[in-house]
Design a protein around this ligand. Sequence first.
Ligand SMILES: [Zn+2]
Length: 419
Amino acid sequence: MKKSVSLVDLKGLNRNSVYNFIYRERTTSKQQIVQGLNMGLSTVSQNIRLLEEARLIERSGSFNSTGGRKADAIQIVRTARVSIGVGILLHSIYIVAIDLYGEVIDSQAFDLDYSNSDEYYYMLGQHISNFIKHGHWQKPDILGVSIATQGTISANGQAVDYGEIMNNYDMKLSNITKHIQYPCRLEHDSKAAAYLELWNNPETENAVVLLLNRNFGGSLIINKKIVKGSHMHAGAIEHLCISRDGPRCYCGNRGCLETYCSANALEAAAGTKAHDFFDKLRQRTGDASEALGVRGGGVVARVNERSDGELRDGGGGARVNERSDGELRRMEYATIWADYLDKLAYAIRNLSIIIDGSIIISGYLATYFTEDDIKTILYKVNSSPFPITREQIIVSTYGQYAPAVGAALYYVDEFKKSV
Ligand SMILES: [Zn+2]
């Protein structure tokens, strides 16, 4: 009896090895699998057949071989399964579907004010099932729904245990699963965003992740692992104190990084929305200030556009005054942005001493960073005795979708282990 169980295990292991070899290689041949895994030809053939029957792999074209018959090119079916990721914020939700390589194949954002009520969780469930319906995926193809939320998650993953921003202290996974007919899990949004960066930068050993969303979120990556800490709040660098007498943070303390470098803090300082702020800030600054990332949430900064003053049709002195107003505003925004970068660089310098690795800038504001901004940060950071290089700074391009995408990767990883 024991022997037959291990035989079943071995068969499963072989199938899993073949699938993951194809996954890693992206395109391969039967012969390459035989050589790469040092596995018998008949075992490889049998597993290829099983995986093909399950529609998990496909033959696509052929390789040019050195002689004889051309070999079939084998790939995984990257849309054989889909993972859904959801990012919950106080006033909005972001939903993504990713394929088995973690590529976003669909995304949507909705306005929905959070409240710990059955009505809210019902609406959340409705948005998710409409999104899935719209994508025409079949129920068995959905691996699960992974939900990233603000607030730290209890060690057993069943509830939020610190949820000051959204006041979601009472958010429980069971509240949500009631309205979602798929496997479901909860994750802290900044940890999810950090996981996305680990996925995209697998060579990263150690890093600090700065999630510049409406609220600041942080994570530490050490030895390729996201550090949770003894009480699940390691890496909460949003509450790193930058100035003891600074503004009051929602956590109750003063001068936290949150109060200077979150998107909310930037918008409060500028008195306008982030996209308007950068729109104005980047005017007439030429190609050198083209943002590094892809815009999140459909916001696209317009570079080289004329100022409001110039667009208005006025004559003589009035027009000059309006233009001056535009210039003054731009100068004011430049000062606010310089102060923002100064505070961020201050934090980066301190964190860099602890982590001695990559600095990953992610989230909503990351999509507005320019090469000049990175140079400014490097200039300020490099006054410390441990300089960091340009290569150590990674700017993420997922915008506000980063936590949702990172959360969705969980089910892809689980699937790869279970094939
Ligand atoms: Zn704080």
